[in-house]
Design a protein around this ligand. Sequence first.
Ligand code: PNS
Length: 165
Amino acid sequence: MKIAVCPGSFDPVTLGHLDIIRRAAKMFDKVIVLVIPNQDKHPMFSLEERADMLRRVTKDIENVVVDSSDGLLVDYLKEQNANIIVKGLRAMSDFEYEFQMALTNRQLYGNAETVFLTTSIELMYLSSSIVKQVAMFGGDISAFVPAEIIEEVYKKAERKNKNDS
Ligand code: PNS
């Protein structure tokens, strides 16, 4: 059974992430979407909130499960007896950072293999940061995130606006 782990901060999940998850699900027997902290980012949603949104938007994909961890990605891979990491690449600007992570993970765990899927061209510009920015100004995010989570993103953005002011 080929298990792939699709890790990310997913703060929140975008249509770009969902596209990568759906395509990975066609390539592997099981895909574990793993919400895991990125130490370089300040998240808007808790790990549990992010995992919960992912569960809602992937519930129709049979071989996808969602999990979260606050440790090292390679430790999670070892626990799951998995060695494949799937990541999406949007542009060359993603490449250097993703390449560094892939090499670090392989240095930490010799079996780890990172597979990069190229983004769908119409979702190339999309990122969780853009979604949060637009939501905080009350803009339309319906082209950016799955319909099931739109309200939750607006609510969180509104709360953040209130707390910041
Ligand atoms: O969606 P992101 O923020 O680009 O994903 C990055 C993420 C969360 C996958 C990466 O920061 C990560 O793997 N964090 C867990 C800690 C870890 O294992 N770090 C070593 C790999 S560089």
